[in-house]
Design a binder for this molecule. Sequence first.
Ligand code: IPE
Ligand code: IPE
Ligand code: MG
Length: 244
Amino acid sequence: MEIKKQIDHNHVPRHVAIIMDGNGRWAKQRGKERIYGHENGVKAVRETLEAAGELKIPYITMYAFSTENWNRPRKEIDTLMELLVNTIRNETKELCNKGIRLHAIGNLNSLPGKCFKELEEAIKLTENNDKLNLIVALSYSARWEIINAIKNILQDYKNNKTAFENIDNNVFKKYLSTGDVPDPDLLIRTSGELRISNFLLWQIAYSELYFTPVLWPDFNKKHFFEAIVEYQKRERRFGKTDDY
Ligand code: IPE
Ligand code: IPE
Ligand code: MG
């Protein structure tokens, strides 16, 4: 693939986070119900994981369902949860073949029991895989996560497990659901929307942002490689300057 040749394999991002958006519009363009778009989004997940594997990227986080998505019509939520259960079940073997370890972040207790169980099983079955970590954000929102972190810090403070002076960036980070995972180097959002929609607010402080008009079900390896090429053109300064 021509675009892949442009990638410098020594400087690939360690962590790519993705807001998989545009399924509903993709379906609507075809005169179908929104769920048809979600179903067709599964292929894009596979493509992305394959591309990440080829580049030896160790962490991919995918935003699959937000806290706010619970406000969608019941029917869409139910079919989406069912799709999730089936996808996890069908793909676990393939995850193992590819050496992919599954993790999940978010308010997992709010998921339907069947979904939670399937997820737990897949996490267990893939726990020894070490090529790529796939973190799925489910019933996730960054504000929920931050509030949760604060509650846990206060609890530990009350139990004398942490001191006031101890709280710094590194300690706070450990209380987030991403724990020891490095912050995303690159955040990709599909579908042309230019917003973050409550995703990883703390972790993306210095991530490079990449927006593409491609709707999620159309997203493929080539699009992923394009994002990496663009990422490698960026100069990451972290507040410093290169002028001296
Ligand atoms: C993203 O696609 C998937 C989820 C949020 C679950 P959407 O369902 O948001 O599709 P659009 O943005 O309405 O096209
Ligand atoms: C963000 O997409 C959440 C996921 C991709 C899971 P939304 O479609 O829910 O976001 P908004 O409503 O356009 O901001
Ligand atoms: Mg959307």
